[in-house]
Write a new protein. Sequence first.
Length: 262
Amino acid sequence: MECFHLRHGRAPLLISLPHDGTYLPPALAERMTPEARRVPDTDWWMSKLYGPIAEALDASLIVPTHSRYVIDLNRPPEDHSLYPGQNTTSLCPAVRFDGGPVYLEGEAPGPSEVAGRIERYWRPYHEALAAELARLQARHGRVLLWEGHSIASRLPWLFEGELPELNLGTASGTSCHPATEAALRAALQAQSRFGWVVNGRFKGGFITRHYGRPEQGVEAVQLEVAQRAYLEEPAGPWDPERAAPLQAQVRALIETALAALR
């Protein structure tokens, strides 16, 4: 099975959905707890949310096939923590977002298995992502990398209370131009349907922080959506009507960032 799918667009925009995949190789699934086999920490339905946006804007879109439990594409290969001092999950997660185990006792991967997963799954995704950014930048000069994520609204093991629906991350203002962040803030302030925060609990993962180089022509923004904004938690089915307002808002935010980019 291919480890990702890549749509080549012509706009100065690459949308990355690194936690959309759900596939678990059968031999690996056998080593996991029954709860983990249901891949509860998936960013549910992100490709359905963003697919029509990518098509309408003629954006490039990269989506993995495998679950984040195989390997988390939004973590650094060295696996250092992106949020020191806070609970978080690792490159090859052994703990779920609710604090429970991913693996049966004694079945968690060791260093050599992790290294193999990096080569088989992590590196190809990042090589393709970097190559697509380079292609778009050669065409346009400046390019926007938009990271699409979602998460349950309440996860006490990870954060206190309830997340606002829209959690925008710019690595504390370093992954995009200040004018881009200011335009996005203004767009969020101008709407009243969704609660929001900029650089709150989720400031952007490895992809946003690593590839966002505004001084070199690549701006990166992460949007973490609380799942109640578009589905019945936990992990409800895709409902196009329920998701339509969010889809429209996300598209408006991307268009705002593109306008600032130009």
